[in-house]
Design a binder for this molecule. Structure first.
Ligand SMILES: [Zn+2]
Length: 139
C-alpha cells in the first residue's frame, strides 16, 4: 500500500497544528482523516455464504475532505446534482469572492449568498442590455 494522506498527517501535522491558530473545521478534518478506516471508527467482518471470513473492513470517516471517503461522497453528490440539471442549454455561473471576505462569509453565508446572487443577477441583466457587449461577443 502506498503512502496515504493520513500517514503524512500522522508524521507531523500534530506539531504543525499545535503551533498555529487553526480553525475548528480544519482540526475536525484532520482528526477525521487520521481516524478514517481504523479500529477507532469500528468496522465489520465480511463473510462468504459458507461463513468464511473474507476480510475485516474498518469504517470510513465520511468526511468530505478525506481522500478515501470524500471521493465517493463527491461522486454521489455529482450524481444527485446531475438529476437536477435543466433539460435545455444553460450556463453554469460560479461566483467568487476575494479571500479577505472568508472570515465574514462563513458566519453570514446565507446573507452574503443572497446579496451576491442579487448583485450578480442585476449585473447579468445590465450586461445583456448593453449593445457594446453584444457586439463584442459576436466579434
Ligand atoms: Zn475517510
Amino acid at each position: 500500500m502506498g503512502l496515504r494522506l493520513a500517514d503524512v498527517l500522522a508524521i507531523d501535522a500534530g506539531r504543525y497544528l499545535a503551533g498555529r491558530h487553526v480553525r475548528s473545521v480544519v482540526v475536525r478534518a484532520y482528526e477525521a482523516i487520521l481516524r478514517c478506516r481504523t479500529a477507532v471508527l469500528g468496522g465489520h467482518v465480511a463473510r462468504c455464504e459458507n461463513g468464511h471470513v473474507v476480510g475485516v473492513f474498518y469504517n470510513g470517516c465520511r468526511h468530505r475532505c478525506c481522500p478515501r471517503c470524500g471521493w465517493g461522497l463527491g461522486r454521489r453528490w455529482l450524481e444527485r446534482r446531475s438529476l437536477t440539471l435543466l433539460g435545455c442549454g444553460h450556463h453554469h455561473v460560479i461566483l467568487t469572492l476575494p479571500h479577505v471576505f472568508n472570515e465574514l462569509w462563513l458566519p453570514n453565508y446565507k446573507l452574503f449568498g443572497r446579496i451576491l446572487f442579487k448583485a450578480r443577477s442585476r449585473r447579468s441583466r445590465s450586461l445583456g442590455r448593453t449593445p457594446d457587449i453584444l457586439v463584442r461577443r459576436r466579434g
